[in-house]
Design a protein around this ligand. Structure first.
Ligand SMILES: [Zn+2]
Length: 585
């Protein structure tokens, strides 16, 4: 049940790897000299075509080597040869930055770009990519300034990010359970939120909050410095705000985000009803305490074998289309999946798709519980997305965060739905509960994080924030999002110290895409349930164009207007129906 990587290379010592590395260095050189030889005021599209073709060749070569190296490392952390292969490719890639910027600026300088594109079918197929790159130029600074920023960020924001990483990965939590006091890593203590014993959940939460105190000043310095730098650079690039920069890179209109947030805001009272019901189920007199957000409700006792899981997925993907089912069968049969946990293999699950071999590989740590089947379906959804993009070039295939989880959540929904319909009433309770717990995180908690980050940027414009102010800002955001659903005396003031997303200087507002992803996929899925089979081809077409359009235009292709609140309300109604269902069970 290990995956087969021979479509890339026979092994890590395959002599073809060295040949491909040499080839990569050579085509990067060719690409560079092509760009430095470009003339101003061209009359023919050929020079642009040549650069794009060369770039695709480079992309495919990088893809082949680095996907192979990444996959090899992910199942064998000690594979030093694969690690150094990753480094070698990384080093070669840095040579691309300068010529790429030059090309971009040159593109933007062409007054006849539109006309040139129209005279070539190849360029027409890449019009979105070309216009986007030309437009990006308006946010680029002079080459020297860009270089200075990149050098200084090594000792600025990037250094703070590294400090955050070091502090949080070495953070120990002193915790006393069963009269035994020990110091445990933070992730282990946070995981105790899923424990059956309510006492352990509470103790873990209290111990976790205490454990931030020794590092709070350093973390506050880090978040203040990172956000401060982001604000200054956004200003220099003439982005109206960090939020606008994030939306720009997500190819998303502000009106769509506003419509979604408004709908979420309206839906909060119903979602809080679930939290109150959960509090009651767990024996609390009032609202739910923060430490019981993830508390399990009921237990799913059965287990699947890996063979059963495959059969279940292949069978139920048929509810959507024979093609999706056949695709999953092909992936299982042709060893695309490394399914079971073993020593040296990383945890969790992921899907890596390769344009070079036009196939995907999926890593999971299957143990047979229900959520493992959900993970398998989820990753197969990512693979199917890439399959729909297989005829597109590398330049037309990368899609932004908010729609990256569309196909995966969609496939997960098919499987969960199928399972739910066959489940007994006892089984339905834990199934619904875990779906709703996930939804609360994706909608309500994400909403609190969005509010916090918006306010943080606003306040950071004029001054740095103390630990106390950061805590207050977080508590305030949580109160606004969770409202009467959570006990205001047991919130999580240190969430700004807990979530790494606030410390990535190039991915600000790494929160709303989660809510967008869930609600958009849910909306699509309900459209499928309404329309049935005629929806299938529309869905495939939607996935096919995700890498070469703005999100608004992608969704329009299936008749969805994401700038209208109604679409988001309808998706939220599906979750609200789950809440009512749960309360009735
Ligand atoms: Zn995913």
């Amino acid at each position: 049940m290990k995956w087969d990587l021979s479509a890339f290379y026979q092994a890590i010592n395959d002599p073809q790897i060295e040949k491909d590395l040499t080839f990569l260095a050579q085509i990067i050189e060719e690409y560079t000299s092509l760009i430095y030889r470009l003339e101003n005021n061209i009359k023919q599209p050929a020079p642009i075509e040549t650069v794009l073709e060369k770039q695709i060749e480079i992309d495919l070569t990088i893809d082949k080597i680095s996907t192979f190296a990444h996959l090899a490392v992910s199942t064998d952390a000690k594979n030093q040869a694969a690690r150094s292969l990753e480094d070698k490719v990384e080093k070669l890639i840095t040579n691309l930055t300068k010529p790429s910027v030059t090309f971009q600026k040159w593109l933007a300088s062409l007054v006849n770009l539109k006309e040139l594109i129209h005279r070539s079918d190849f360029l027409k197929a890449h019009a979105f990519h070309l216009f986007e790159r030309a437009e990006n130029t308006s946010y680029l600074l002079d080459e020297e300034v860009e270089q200075t920023i990149s050098i200084l960020s090594q000792t600025g924001s990037n250094a703070w990010t590294k400090l955050y990483g070091t502090l949080s990965s070495t953070q120990l939590v002193e915790i006393t359970t069963d009269n035994k006091t020990q110091k445990l890593p933070l992730p282990i203590v946070r995981n105790m939120a899923y424990e059956n014993d309510p006492q352990i959940r509470k103790i873990a939460y209290e111990a976790e909050l205490k454990s931030y105190q020794p590092v709070e000043e350093s973390l506050a310095a880090a978040i203040n410095s990172i956000k401060g730098e982001v604000i200054e650079i956004c200003k220099m690039r003439k982005f109206t705000s960090p939020l606008y920069e994030s939306l720009y890179h997500s190819r998303l209109e502000k009106s769509a985000l506003d419509a979604m947030l408004e709908a979420i805001n309206e839906s909060l009272p119903v979602l809080r009803k679930y939290l109150l019901k959960k509090a009651k189920n767990l024996g609390h007199a009032g609202a739910l305490p923060f430490y019981d957000l993830f508390a399990p409700q009921g237990e799913l006792s059965f287990k699947f074998t890996y063979e059963d899981a495959q059969k279940f997925i292949i069978e139920n993907f048929q509810n959507f289309s024979n093609e999706l089912s056949g695709f999953a069968k092909h992936a299982f049969q042709h060893k695309w999946i490394d399914a079971l946990p073993r020593d040296g293999k990383r945890g969790g699950g992921f899907c890596a798709s390769s344009k070079a071999i036009k196939e995907s590989r999926i890593l999971t740590n299957f143990t047979g519980v229900f959520s493992d089947i959900g993970t398998l379906a989820h990753e197969l959804g990512h693979a199917y997305h890439s399959y729909c993009l297989k005829e597109e070039t590398t330049l037309n295939s990368s899609y932004p965060m908010p729609i990256a989880e569309t196909a995966s959540i969609f496939c997960e929904s098919i499987i969960k739905d199928a399972f739910f319909q066959k489940a007994t009433t006892e089984e339905k309770i834990p199934l619904l509960a875990s779906t709703l717990d996930d939804a609360i995180q994706c909608i309500v908690d994400i909403y609190s994080r969005f509010l916090f980050e918006s306010n943080l940027f606003e306040k950071r414009k004029t001054s740095t924030l103390s630990v106390n102010e950061l805590n207050e800002l977080m508590l305030d955001a949580q109160k606004k999002a969770y409202g009467e659903g959570l006990d205001p005396h047991t919130l999580h003031p240190y969430m700004w110290a807990c979530k790494p997303h606030y410390y990535y200087p190039s991915s600000n507002f790494y929160n709303y895409p989660y809510a967008f992803g869930l609600l958009f996929a849910k909306g699509l899925y309900s459209q499928f349930l309404n329309e049935g089979k005629p929806f299938v081809s529309k869905y495939q077409e939607l996935l096919k164009i995700t890498g070469k359009n703005k999100i608004v235009d992608i969704t329009k292709s299936v008749g969805i207007d994401i700038t209208k609140k109604t679409f988001w309300q309808n998706s939220l109604k599906l979750i609200e129906a789950d809440v009512n269902n749960f309360c009735a069970l």
